[in-house]
Design a binder for this molecule. Structure first.
Ligand code: ZN
Length: 393
């Protein structure tokens, strides 16, 4: 922390890293104008401060945030604070999206709504314009002004798994910061492009030399996926170290935050199987609209119900329906006993959607079962994704 502080470029309360790279010959340098590199560091600094109480880490996070927002050309806002576009220092989407997550987390930690709202504006009006609602977010930013002015590059057509994780993380922090509908968005990114980007079969992997690469690849994550293919064939692809780690981190974020005990109540935010000392969730999703929650402590239970299921959900025991009440996207069941079980059932909504990717000039058509895509068209011509019609029964 002392070295970060000593080497920072300091402009009043706006600080930046002297460069993302260092060599004895060149000193600190960047390969491109990229203050997003220190935007990327805001989130880990806040988490480090939360775990250790290190006040310098929080101070540094705040000053990096000041620089990214007020000095760098990463994000452009009007005088009212509305996001009006990306700047030319937001080319690397992983840095850009991780900055959004960091700003929201920093705002919550400092109780500073302005940071939360800047992070939210970047997510809502920036990231969502280049990504889609199933978690695909390109590696290079097609909407940075310098990129708009030239031919699309291949990295605008493929998704770095790091970006999926940032997208999920930003949605989770926004949900925690007072926008609970963002849980549904995090769940869609998780169920779709994150889980589809994980390598669950490795029979096709060949080993060269002594290392058994099949065992090493299993469970890893792709680094450059298309919306319909695990790998892109036109530029170096396959797994990359950062994306493997990021994919695992996204799974951990879902596990850490999806089921919560707060103020004596249990909150089911994400509808995945989960067991904790205070409650367990058994989920029938994605193939069955059924959730069974067992309370291991007495208290209120809040269950987030997907929007498409809110008018059709039924409860067991049925008498719970009379006492349940809505709070935003949650059904609240008051004063449950330890050991009590609540079962919710709902039909899975079927829907078709379209998403046009300008860089490839392709319109992707998706079929959904609840929050899960079960097929995509055009179909990927190798390592095809979303071959999940079997879920439809
Ligand atoms: Zn990566």
């Amino acid at each position: 922390m002392a070295a970060f502080i000593r080497t920072a470029n300091k402009q009043g309360n706006a600080w930046s890293m002297p460069g993302a790279y260092y060599s004895p010959g060149r000193g600190f340098y960047d390969l491109a104008r990229a203050p997003g590199n220190h935007g990327l560091t805001i989130m880990p600094l806040v988490r480090y401060a939360q775990k250790t109480g290190n006040a310098d880490a929080l101070m540094l996070a705040e000053r990096y945030a000041n620089h990214v927002l007020e000095v760098s050309d990463s994000f452009r806002f009007d005088d009212a604070g509305n996001f009006i576009g990306f700047g030319d220092e937001s080319l690397h989407v992983h840095s850009t999206a991780a900055t959004a997550a960091g700003l929201v987390l920093l705002g919550m930690e400092l109780k500073r709504a302005s940071f939360v709202e800047r992070g939210r504006a970047i997510y809502e009006y920036g990231l969502k314009t280049i990504g889609n609602n199933f978690g695909f977010l390109p590696e290079a930013n097609p909407n940075a002004p310098v990129n708009r002015a030239r031919r699309p590059m291949l990295r605008q057509t493929t998704c770095e798994n790091c970006c999926i994780t940032d997208y999920i993380e930003t949605a989770i922090y926004l949900a925690q910061a007072g926008y609970p509908e963002c849980w549904a968005e995090a769940e869609r990114y998780l169920r779709n492009h994150l889980l589809e980007s994980q390598m669950t079969t490795v029979s096709w992997v060949k080993s060269v030399g002594g290392a058994d690469m099949q065992a090493r690849m299993l469970g890893g994550f792709t680094a450059r996926s298309s919306p319909n293919r695990m790998y892109d064939l036109y530029h170096p692809s396959g797994p990359i170290g950062c994306c493997n780690a990021a994919g695992v981190r996204a799974l951990h974020l879902a596990w850490l935050h999806g089921l919560e005990r707060r103020g004596g109540a249990v909150y089911v935010h994400l509808l995945f199987d989960h067991a904790t000392p205070f409650a367990s969730v058994e989920s029938g999703l994605p193939s069955r609209g059924r959730l069974r929650i067992t309370m291991k402590t007495a208290g209120d239970l809040w269950v987030r119900i997907p929007e498409w299921a809110r008018h059709t959900a039924a409860y067991d025991p049925p008498r719970l329906a009379a006492t349940a009440s809505w709070r935003g996207p949650y059904q609240r069941f008051a004063q449950l006993q330890r050991g009590q079980t609540v079962t919710l059932t709902f039909p899975l909504a079927r829907a078709r959607q379209e998403w046009h990717q300008p860089a490839m000039k392709i319109t992707y058509r998706t079929e959904w079962l609840g929050d899960t895509i079960v097929s995509i068209s055009p179909r990927g011509n190798c390592f095809s994704l979303y071959e999940r019609q079997y879920l439809s029964g």
